[in-house]
Design a protein around this ligand. Structure first.
Ligand code: AMP
Length: 537
């Protein structure tokens, strides 16, 4: 017997329309350098409908694909809703990837039309000869700003929009239809595509925005720092209209002075990002003596945030860190740490250090090398596996990749421990963990301990080969004040087991960062192989 509920599909267009009708006057701000676009969800929906009508007129519909190579702007947001709302799949290509990987992903997806913006035009021109299927480009630029371009067929977003029917209504699609495609950053091998459905994307935003997670409401203003190309911008494009939170779109710039200005100017309350962004923002506040206005929580993901950083935000700015774990394959965050509001700071920090608990709709477990289940005892590390309503069931057009266990869980490639109450502790990426004499040393825990030294701005730990122990840790640091290797080892000796202490320390001016802002360990390994690290053993 079926229930007697109305059978309405979960669609991204319904998220947008909820924003337009319920929070129509809530602001959507686009700040691109000195330009400021100030509009609201009612206008966003109107423009998205017109663009959707124009896309249909061009022949797009269910099962078609279209691409974007663009930063987080209001036009990109309109495209995201317009393309997915008519049943097409939008591939958000990451402009920060090496050009060969961008071309690979676009050719692999094989579509004809690529949306770009003024800040990706030069990159698109450079890529164009390698793009085997793209025949038409659409420039998402302000009306009248028509840059000279060598691209073959160049249309303009604003022209399409002007011609689009404002009376357009969204089709009722199958909620299991694909809507968005993001590729992993491909640090090892070719990038792999995660193809998200409407159903999974809506449920993910609904669950991740809830009380024990991002805890969003119409009191919030979110700054959309993660690119739409990284895990759908961590669901931020959907959070806004779903929860009535204002959105601030920063375009290409992600430097701390600019982000700080936006946080103050637009009353931002929630900032998502990778720890590197927050470290820079904290430094900016220290150097300028500035506060953070209405900002009251960070959403830190992508890598483990240093404890000292979370401590400083809480102490100096009363800003809490919600710390989440997720991956491209889990759509956005799957687990989140939540520190109850009235916990004393030390207990709050203990909770924030963990990767938190699964939100409803995500499940986690750990297994040994042979796939046997391991206990949730908080001490046994194992290979982390994930399952849930929005977790990938495989990779886009890559059935040969054995991503899944025989009983349908995703192999995440992370090593983790899980407490009895289902709190997740990521130990390391399995390829980053240091295997010393048959035991594991967590590069992540060493990085966190090194980052707690007041002179250390950023730290990375990689394995170096060892004749006896197979691998030993190498610590690479960026420092802001004179400090010796011995100082760092004495500091670490208080925080980690003695046999974890790095065998060598390298001091560098900057650490390399990958296309999503995380430390690029692959590049560091190359620096080590090439002898580019002045080792201080
Ligand atoms: P990506 O697909 O680029 O988002 O990368 C996903 C990977 O980032 C995960 O498999 C983890 O290795 C790492 N990661 C994400 N969130 C965290 C976190 N909170 N702590 C530690 N590592 C994380």
């Amino acid at each position: 017997m079926h229930g007697l509920n109305q059978d309405l599909p979960l669609l991204l267009s319904t998220v947008l329309e909820h924003g337009a009708t319920t929070f129509g006057a809530v602001k959507v701000i686009g700040r691109y350098g000195n330009d400021c676009i100030d509009f609201d969800y009612a206008q966003l929906a109107l423009r998205a409908r017109r663009l959707a009508a124009a896309l249909q007129h061009l022949g797009f519909g269910s099962d078609h694909m279209v691409g974007s190579l663009a930063w987080n702007t209001h036009r990109h947001l309109e495209l995201l809703y317009a393309a997915t709302g008519i049943g097409a799949v939008l591939h958000t290509a990451n402009p920060r990837l090496p050009p060969a990987q961008i071309a690979y992903a676009i050719n692999f997806a094989g579509y004809h039309t690529l949306f770009i913006d003024a800040d990706t035009l030069a990159l698109a021109e450079q890529l164009a000869p390698q793009l085997q299927t793209v025949r038409r480009y659409v420039m998402m630029a302000p009306p009248g700003a028509v840059p000279h371009s060598t691209l073959p067929e160049l249309l303009f977003h604003e022209d399409l929009l002007a011609d689009g029917d404002p009376g357009f209504t969204w089709p009722l699609l199958d909620e299991r239809a694909a809507c968005l495609l993001c590729f992993t950053s491909g640090t090892t091998g070719a990038p792999k595509g995660a193809l998200y459905s409407h159903h999974g994307t809506v449920l993910n935003a609904l669950s991740a925005g809830g009380g024990n997670a991002w805890a969003l409401s119409a009191d919030d203003a979110i700054i959309a720092i993660p690119g739409f190309f990284h895990c759908n911008g961590w669901a931020v494009p959907f959070f806004g209209p779903m929860y009535g939170a204002s959105l601030v779109l920063p375009g290409r710039r992600a430097d701390s002075a600019f982000l700080h200005r936006l946080i103050l100017d637009h009353g931002v309350t929630v900032a998502p990002g990778v720890p590197t962004i927050f470290l820079d923002l904290l430094r900016h506040c220290r150097e300028t003596g500035a506060g953070l206005g209405r900002l009251n929580r960070l959403f830190s993901g992508g890598a483990a945030p240093p404890l000292a950083m979370m401590e400083a935000y809480l102490r100096d700015h009363s800003v809490r860190t919600i710390h989440g774990w997720g991956m491209t394959e889990t759509t956005s965050a799957a687990t989140m740490s939540f520190a109850l509001r009235d916990l004393p700071p030390d207990q709050a920090l203990t909770a924030m250090r963990t990767q938190g608990k699964p939100v409803f709709g995500a499940e986690i477990r750990i297994a040994d090398d042979d796939g046997n289940p391991l206990p949730r005892d908080g001490v046994t590390p194992g290979h982390l596996q994930a399952r849930g309503h929005w977790t990938a069931a495989g990779y886009f057009r890559r059935p040969e990749i054995e991503a899944m266990t025989p009983d349908g869980w995703l192999r995440t490639g992370d090593v983790a421990k899980i407490d009895a109450d289902n709190t997740l502790h990521i130990v390391d990426r399995s390829k980053d963990v240091i295997k010393s004499g048959g035991e594991w040393i967590s590069s992540q825990a060493l990085e966190e301990a090194a980052s707690a030294h007041p002179a250390v701005r950023e730290a990375a730990v990689i394995a170096m080969p060892h004749w006896r122990w197979q691998e030993r840790p190498l610590l690479i640091v960026v420092v802001t004040a004179p400090v010796t290797r011995q100082d760092l080892l004495v500091h670490l000796a208080h925080m980690v087991p003695k046999w974890w202490l790095p065998d060598a320390v390298a001091f560098v001016d900057e650490l390399p960062h990958g296309p999503t802002g995380k430390i690029a360990k692959q590049e560091l390994r190359q620096w080590q192989t090439d002898g580019r690290l002045g080792l201080d053993p």
